[in-house]
Ligand binder design. Sequence first.
Ligand code: MN
Length: 194
Amino acid sequence: MFTLPQLGYEFDALEPHIDAKTMEIHHDKHHGAYVEKLNAALAKYPKLQSKTIEQLLSGIKDVPEDIRTAVQNNGGGHHNHTLFWESMKPGGGQNVPEAIHKTFGNLDDFKDKMTEAAIGRFGSGWAWLVKSRNNLEVYSTANQDSPLMEGKTPILGLDVWEHAYYLKYQNRRPDYVEAWWQIVNWNVVSERLS
Ligand code: MN
């Protein structure tokens, strides 16, 4: 059984960048539903229930066909959101990893690249900083697809589903993305890279 992780901060902790109501619905209802549906999909396969979410997603091709899409969507949703909550903190973090400077030249160039991926993702999905073999890459995925399904390790993910920003930003996804940079927890990003 997978469980909905608690947020490490209050719903209103990321104000004014992300409003409390959005955080509450996003965490309790959206993420909650992914966890519930993931458990429901796994109910008839007891053997799969002992696997970690990382194992399920990186081995998605081995998941029985009748529940594969459900695990992809809801397992992806569970893992992506868990990472997302941990990647944010009030006031952000200062410890930008050296690897970002090394790969992208400087922090602003990295932000531009990730912002472009976030704004350019048509419809619902995620923008990612991932580790692929030994390189850092920026790209985006559709829906709740996890980089783990392609053998990449997610380091930092930005949710660009409308449910992540619509209450406060309506159609202004670029404004949401710009605000999000203020609350990125670089300390966690650095930890994931080491
Ligand atoms: Mn979401």
